[in-house]
Design a protein around this ligand. Structure first.
Ligand code: HEC
Length: 170
């Protein structure tokens, strides 16, 4: 009897360890990407030149996370130059479809996928940006997102200091 309980205990402990060790966020981020973004930006993140811009090694994706969160929550419209190609399309807003946790998982995924190497995005960062841009009802223009006031995480320490314009026209 003792051995049976011992084995059961071991199995339970093992299951818990496996559940925590696996990274549900990364999986969830990939799933969300495939269902929400892939149709335009493609499975390899390379987009379609001239129609849908790439997400691989662009400053929009790997640069300031506050700007990336704004862009995904409210969308983007008008001219933008990415990797030397000019786009003039419409990126849909996601704020009414995705929770803070989902935006965080999704953005963490695209910042680490396809050779991108940028820091993770947290649900708390998304919540702060969502709150600060709650009144916004139209997509951003690239020009607006270039402004330091539309970058960074509101309420974070860095936001207290003037930020250099880190965006680039590649
Ligand atoms: C209906 C097509 C479409 C969908 C779906 C879409 N995008 Fe976009 N996205 C665009 C277009 C078009 C632009 C360029 C907007 C412009 O021309 O101003 C863009 C621009 C971007 C940019 C900035 C430019 C770049 O290439 O780095 C990012 C980042 C981005 N999208 C991320 C996402 C993410 C994340 C999702 C999923 C939540 C997503 N997009 C879903 C069409 C789409």
């Amino acid at each position: 009897m003792r051995t049976v309980f011992g084995v059961i205990t071991l199995l339970v402990v093992a299951a818990v360890v496996v559940a925590f060790a696996a990274s549900p966020t990364a999986d969830e981020g990939e799933k969300l990407y495939l269902s929400r973004c892939m149709s335009c930006h493609q499975v390899d993140g390379l987009g379609i030149a001239g129609v849908f811009p790439p997400l691989v090694k662009t400053d929009w994706v790997t640069g300031d996370e506050g700007r990336l969160i704004r862009l995904v929550l409210d969308g983007m419209m008008g001219e933008v130059k990415v990797d030397g190609v000019i786009y003039s399309g419409a990126m849909p807003p996601w704020k009414s479809f995705l929770s803070d946790d989902e935006v965080a998982a999704l953005l963490t995924y695209i910042r680490e996928a396809w050779g991108n190497d940028a820091s993770a995005v947290t649900a708390q960062q998304v919540a702060r940006v969502r709150e600060a841009s709650a009144d916004r009802s139209t997509p951003w223009s690239a020009e607006e997102l270039m402004q330091p006031s539309n970058q960074g995480i509101p309420g974070s320490l860095e936001a207290l200091f003037a930020r250099p314009d880190t965006s680039s026209h590649r």
